[in-house]
Write a protein that binds this ligand. Structure first.
Ligand code: PLP
Length: 396
């Protein structure tokens, strides 16, 4: 008999994944070109050539035992050094390999961070809307999620409510900027206020409150927005990073966790994180792609397609009466549903072969998410359906 926990989890599977599977079925039925699947954040910009060249060269010219063998649980020393150097030059830090654990994507990095700090019953504060997998990650370690209300005006940080949600049992606050699903980028001013708040709360409660910054979309920003580097503002910060989006490599499962040098008991925490990577069963991040990253640390994909898709969808959808906050980053937008139960709307969209994700998945009902990391053709082909939907729901 499967565990109680898994019975519940298996029953309430991911709505995003369910939509993705439905998209595949619809594509088989109606033809791929007639289905507009905005469900999954699976990047469609090509991986840079340099990544492929590096992988091929490594495969052709490295002895296989070295390339495919185990290494330290934190990852190859030279790769971690290369990543640290890149972070130092971009954000003015003083990191070395010791600050980094190479991980199985951002998902792996978050699980490592949470395993490192959570005791059963510890509270983890999140702000809605948020990436729904956080629920599972926190649950993996018997943490308790405490959710702050969205800031509906612009989806920026709701600092007054975050403050209310922090208490004696708070072990960490997770933030994600640029944000999935809203596309919001938190300003430096807000980050400073958050850091001050956490410093105050640490003193008040007499223990560390960690800030876990989940940053797989750091490089995907528009209109000159920049993403502050959180360890500069708050000592007890972990950063989870991933190459899934910035290099279009989600299936390769490669990313890293940063343990900030100024963190309390830095060495103990870094050692614990490396052990967590091992005992969670990851053992280490995939070896070939660690080595590829070592050669391509400063590369990113060309995001011009996302820019173009954002411009088209934002203009067309707002013209059709959809209300939304313009995304500042990521490849998601999070418009308001014309009806309170957004599932009625996302179901209705299927009539026009449009697949979008209901907001309840992100703890924010009344909205829906649209992932525009798709081809121009998919975006352009969907516009008529979105217009018909707007008419069906009396928006135009
Ligand atoms: N965090 C956020 C906010 C995400 O959107 C995702 C993936 O979509 C992840 C973490 C997991 O990323 P990875 O594929 O690197 O594990």
């Amino acid at each position: 008999m499967i565990s109680q926990k898994m019975q519940d989890l298996a029953k309430n599977g991911s709505a995003i994944r369910a939509m993705f599977e439905e998209g595949k079925k619809m594509a088989a039925q109606f033809g791929k070109d007639n289905v507009y699947d905005f469900s999954l954040g699976n990047p469609c910009t090509p991986t840079p050539d340099s990544v492929r060249t590096a992988a091929i060269d490594l495969l052709n010219n490295t002895d296989t035992l070295t390339l495919h063998g185990y290494m330290s649980n934190a990852g190859y020393e030279d790769v971690r050094e290369a990543v640290a150097k890149s972070i130092n030059s971009r954000f003015g830090m003083d990191y070395t390999a010791a600050n980094l654990v190479m991980c199985v994507g951002a998902g792996g990095a978050l699980n490592v961070a949470l395993k490192t700090v959570i005791n059963r019953g510890d509270e983890i504060v999140l702000q809605a809307p948020y990436f729904g997998e956080y629920n599972n990650y926190i649950n993996n370690f018997d943490g308790v999620r405490v959710v702050a209300e969205p800031n509906y005006d612009d989806f920026s940080l709701n600092l007054p409510d975050i403050e209310k949600k922090i208490g004696l049992k708070t072990k960490a606050v997770i933030i994600n900027s640029p944000n999935n699903p809203t596309g919001a980028v938190y300003s430096e001013e807000q980050i400073k206020e958050l850091a001050d708040l956490l410093d105050r709360k640490q003193k008040e409660y007499g223990h560390e409150i960690y800030l876990i910054s989940d940053e797989p979309y750091r490089e995907i920003v528009y209109d000159g927005h920049t993403v502050p580097y959180l360890p500069k503002y708050y000592a007890n910060t972990f950063v989870g990073y991933s190459y899934s989006k910035s290099l279009s490599l989600p299936g390769e499962r490669i990313g890293f966790l940063v343990i900030n040098s100024a963190m309390t008991d830095f060495e103990e925490v870094a050692q614990a994180a490396s052990t967590a990577n091992r005992i969670l069963g990851y053992v280490n991040a995939p070896s070939l792609f660690q080595k590829v990253i070592g050669r391509c640390v400063d590369e990113t994909t060309d995001i011009s397609l996302y820019k173009r898709n954002l411009a088209v969808l934002y203009d067309e959808l707002t013209r059709d009466g959809y209300q939304m906050v313009k995304p500042q980053g990521t490849f998601y937008m999070f418009p308001k549903s014309p009806v309170a139960d957004e599932r009625i709307f996302t179901e209705a969209a299927k009539k026009y072969h449009i697949l979008i994700v209901p907001g309840f998945t992100f703890a924010c009902p009344g909205y829906f998410r649209l992932a525009f990391c798709v081809s121009e053709k998919t975006v352009d082909g969907s516009l008529e359906g979105f217009r018909s939907l707007a008419k069906d729901f009396g928006m135009i």
